[in-house]
Design a protein around this ligand. Structure first.
Ligand code: 5GP
Ligand code: ZN
Length: 102
């Protein structure tokens, strides 16, 4: 998707440090953190939101990634959040899971 900020980050068009990457997803620090640690876990495939997920195993893969990221970042107490749809606060229309830890 040419006009998607997360696709641009994945392509390297917007420089951003990856805190994690595997075959299915990557993770970056949120540019506007709402907790001491605020990480976004993003599938490499452009999927608009949870409503468009066809293969639910992707969600399991993303949560496996979250476990690894948390281990790496020493996060044990955290919240996860998926905003779906603009009325629910989704600003970037590319699926992502927030990890929020204080
Ligand atoms: P949403 O509101 O869609 O669930 O979350 C989108 C998140 O992406 C927001 O927390 C916002 O701060 C973050 N974000 C938007 N643009 C960028 C960017 O260019 N780089 C990074 N690292 N985070 C971004
Ligand atoms: Zn995208």
């Amino acid at each position: 998707m040419t006009n998607c900020v997360f696709c641009k980050i994945l392509a390297g068009d917007i420089p951003s440090k990856f805190v994690y990457e595997d075959d299915y997803c990557f993770a970056i620090n949120d540019i506007n953190p709402k907790a001491k640690k605020h990480i976004l876990v993003i599938p490499k495939e452009h999927i608009e939101s949870l409503n468009e997920v066809e293969d639910s195993s992707l969600i399991a893969k993303m949560f496996e990634a979250i476990k690894k990221i948390n281990k790496q970042e020493n996060i044990t107490h955290f919240r996860t959040q998926i905003n779906t749809g603009s009325l629910a606060g989704q600003e970037v229309m590319h699926l992502h899971i927030h990890i929020l830890a204080n």
